[in-house]
Unconditional design. Structure first.
Length: 241
């Protein structure tokens, strides 16, 4: 079986500075893969390049097919969704309208299943159903993250890319959000999760890559890396022992 997503020797430059260097990784169907690393390691840049938001060198493959010109439109049409770090919600619009915008690509393709998709999102995030008429800017941090994920799910992606979903959230809310992420596999959604919170990411992922200074330094099964002395020392601290 071909990987759902495969990045081959992907590099990204900002001027003369190479932020991501020759990164290769894969996400298989039904898998949660995480990329962990310190702040400034290039994690968000990697996702941006994989989604076609940033120019890059290297190759992006989807389901065994080379995407010669990766663009957001092309990747969304092929079943890839992105939840950006800043969530990028429309604060002056209601929860329901934010969700409807997430399903616009399917509506434009003639697929009139937005009501069903919204019901599925509300089943995952009951809080959003209760707040469907509220303006997005009135939501708590955790609810905004739920809305951002729900909006991406409205497009019924095969692969969901999540950029730092735990950022700025209380530990209890982080657990709730990542439990939802882990459950997405049962809905046929694979996940590429970029996280600075290594402990939380390794707890839900099947495989992991460690990105440092723009390069992959370690990779393997998440449960194995969670016990690796180098990961424990650098990312998990004493509590990881």
């Amino acid at each position: 079986m071909s990987p759902l997503l495969e990045l081959k020797s992907l590099s990204v430059c900002y001027g003369v500075v190479e932020a991501v260097h020759q990164v290769s990784l894969s996400v298989n169907p039904g898998e949660i893969v995480t990329v962990i690393g310190p702040n400034g390691a290039g994690k968000s840049t990697l996702l941006g390049a994989a989604m076609g938001l940033l120019p890059s060198r290297g190759e992006v493959w989807l389901e065994g097919e080379l995407i010669r010109r990766p663009t957001v439109e092309a990747l969304v049409a092929r079943g890839v969704g992105l939840v950006p770090e800043r969530r990028e919600l429309f604060g002056e619009m209601s929860v329901q309208d934010n969700l409807l915008l997430g399903g616009f690509s399917r509506w434009w393709q003639g697929r009139r299943d937005q009501a069903q998709s919204m019901d599925e999102v509300f089943a995952i995030f009951p809080q959003l159903r209760e707040r469907r008429a509220q303006m997005a800017f009135t939501l708590s941090g955790g609810e905004r993250q739920m809305l951002a994920i729900g909006r991406a799910l409205m497009a019924r992606p095969k692969l969901l890319m999540l950029d730092e979903p735990s950022l700025g959230l209380a530990p209890r809310i982080v657990r709730e959000v990542l439990q939802v992420v882990a459950a997405l596999r049962t809905r046929g959604v694979s996940v590429l999760l970029v996280e600075q919170n290594a402990r939380a990411a390794l707890a839900v992922a099947d495989r992991a890559y460690v990105l440092e200074m723009g390069s992959i330094e370690l990779s393997g099964e998440a449960s194995v890396l969670a016990r690796d002395p180098r990961i424990v020392e650098t990312y998990l601290g004493i509590g990881g022992r």
